[in-house]
Ligand binder design. Structure first.
Ligand code: NAP
Length: 162
């Protein structure tokens, strides 16, 4: 959310209502309850970033900008992503028949790249990117830290080395 806000995006988040204040602080403009499905999320989005991996391409397509809109999923091997990739290589008329409900689908796969981390660290140093903490624990409290992280959190839970 913060990175998209830095890039100038107008942001809508789907989340539990107890996290709305936290998300507004991160730059989110509009909020929808997490019971929201694509069918009631509105329309005209350029990008839908599905961090849960539960929104299908067929259901998301109607809320995306026609042609340019893209669903970005955290499930790189989801059937939607594979169908979209194959359909992009087919002539338009053929793709419309074999995958009529497709939309542009992209997938993210996290990786630790030093150039990305350097860029993020620079944004943090500049005060443009924050790393909100929900809890901080000493080494000896690792079990409590894990229990905390498995509950509903807003931000990171960190272990502090002795
Ligand atoms: N592609 C990759 O590289 C990659 C890397 C890591 C994980 N993943 C995938 O990403 C997904 C999430 O992983 P994670 O480790 O971030 O899980 P996580 O720590 O359990 O976090 C899930 C988050 O999604 C929220 N959430 C769950 N259902 C939601 C819904 N219906 N609407 C809105 N928000 C919802 C939860 O909110 P609450 O706090 O309100 O419960 C929580 O903040 C998994 O499918 C995982 O396999 C992909």
């Amino acid at each position: 959310m913060q990175l998209a806000a830095i890039l100038g995006a107008r942001l809508t988040a789907v989340a539990r209502s107890s996290a709305w204040g936290y998300l507004r602080d991160l730059g989110v403009d509009d909020l929808l309850d997490r019971a929201t499905t694509p069918a009631d999320a509105g329309e005209g989005y350029d990008v839908v970033l599905d961090t849960t991996g539960v929104w299908s391409a067929a259901a998301t397509r109607p809320i995306l900008e026609p042609e340019a809109g893209v669903l970005v999923s955290v499930r790189p091997l989801a059937a939607d992503a594979l169908v979209g990739a194959v359909a992009r290589r087919l002539p338009r008329r053929v793709a419309d028949v074999v995958a009529p409900s497709r939309c542009r689908v992209s997938a993210v796969m996290t990786a630790a790249r030093s150039q990305d981390l350097t860029r993020l660290a620079t944004l943090v140093d500049q005060g443009r990117l924050r790393v909100p903490l929900d809890g901080s624990y000493g080494w000896e409290d690792a079990a409590r830290a894990h229990a905390h992280a498995e509950a509903q959190v807003c931000g990171k839970v960190v272990l502090v080395r002795p």
